[in-house]
Design a protein around this ligand. Structure first.
Ligand SMILES: Nc1ncnc2c1ncn2[C@@H]1O[C@H](COP(=O)(O)OP(=O)(O)OP(=O)(O)O)[C@@H](O)[C@H]1O
Ligand SMILES: [Mg+2]
Length: 267
């Protein structure tokens, strides 16, 4: 038995019925920002960004290189030194929260630089991120992640519990950063370009993983440049250009809007 399984407890496994996004609370806004502006030094990068992530949906944040996708995720997480506007998470204004406060309340973040602890094993990387079980604002149990159900979601990680981070491929490391953020039992997960720079097989696994998380009730906001990937996994989309939201719609509507695709995404 692998240690992924050895650390599980039946009571802590995912309960698909209580965590299903197809319940009466689907559609509740979990994360939103209003008039979000952010700066690097004197340079303003975001201009009055408004967006919402509802319970049980996958939302794509698209735009060309430098459009402000990563900056938006960082600002939502409390990682931008200077910002204005309102960030509301689970009905509470967290505009002035520190990143660790946001994480403690159930906002997960996988940044684009994907740092893992290279001198720790897979299990140790996961252990350091462990947090307690959570509930949605309406009192329902949120998905709870432990070694057992993470092992099902990431079978390749489950097969190498004692592998050092430094001995893993880029794609495996990317999986580990996502798995590690799930150990915090996030209600909403911010994923910065999960399909970027990894082999097609890993991209496919990432997509399957996102869809599984959605089925189990985790809402996801993902920054993405790959239209095919975004179309596969996302329900709705916001498109940024020069730090402003220039388009928002269902993913399907964007894909049928040749003018918007050409104007904002060059496709
Ligand atoms: N640390 C920084 N200091 C100063 N300017 C920055 C910094 N990081 C990003 N920028 C600038 O902010 C703007 C938005 O960058 P951001 O990384 O948010 O874009 P992005 O949409 O994520 O792009 P990409 O698709 O390349 O990841 C760009 O003009 C970028 O040059
Ligand atoms: Mg980016």
């Amino acid at each position: 038995m692998s240690q992924f399984q050895a650390h599980s407890s039946p009571s802590s496994s995912l309960n698909s019925s209580s965590n299903s996004s197809s319940n009466s609370s689907a559609g509740q806004v979990l994360l939103e920002c209003k008039n979000l502006c952010a700066w690097y030094g004197a340079a303003q990068i975001l201009f009055d960004v408004n967006l919402q992530v509802k319970r049980g949906e996958v939302v794509a944040l698209m735009g060309r290189n430098g459009a402000g996708k990563s900056t938006t995720l960082k600002a939502l997480m409390g990682l931008m030194p200077k910002k204005t506007g309102v960030v509301n998470f689970l009905g509470q204004d967290q505009s002035h929260f520190e990143p660790h406060d946001a994480a403690r309340r159930g906002l997960g973040f996988v940044p684009e630089d994907r740092r893992i602890f290279s001198d720790l094993t897979v299990l140790e990387n996961l252990s350091v991120a462990r947090q307690g079980a959570r509930k949605f604002p309406n009192g329902q149990d949120a998905p709870y992640w432990d070694y057992a159900n993470l092992g099902k979601l990431f079978p390749n990680l489950a097969s190498m519990p004692h592998r050092l981070g430094s001995h893993m491929s880029g794609g495996e490391q990317q999986m580990l950063t996502v798995a590690r953020s799930l150990m915090g039992n996030p209600l909403v997960l911010l994923l910065d370009e999960p399909s970027e720079g990894v082999a097609p097989l890993i991209v496919e696994q990432m997509g399957e993983m996102i869809l599984t998380l959605k089925r189990q009730g985790v809402s996801i906001l993902l920054s993405e440049q790959n239209l095919h990937f975004a179309q596969w996994v996302s329900d709705r989309v916001y498109v940024l250009e020069k730090g402003q939201v220039r388009h928002h719609s269902s993913m399907q509507e964007l894909c049928e809007d040749a003018q918007a695709l050409k104007a904002y995404l060059s496709v």
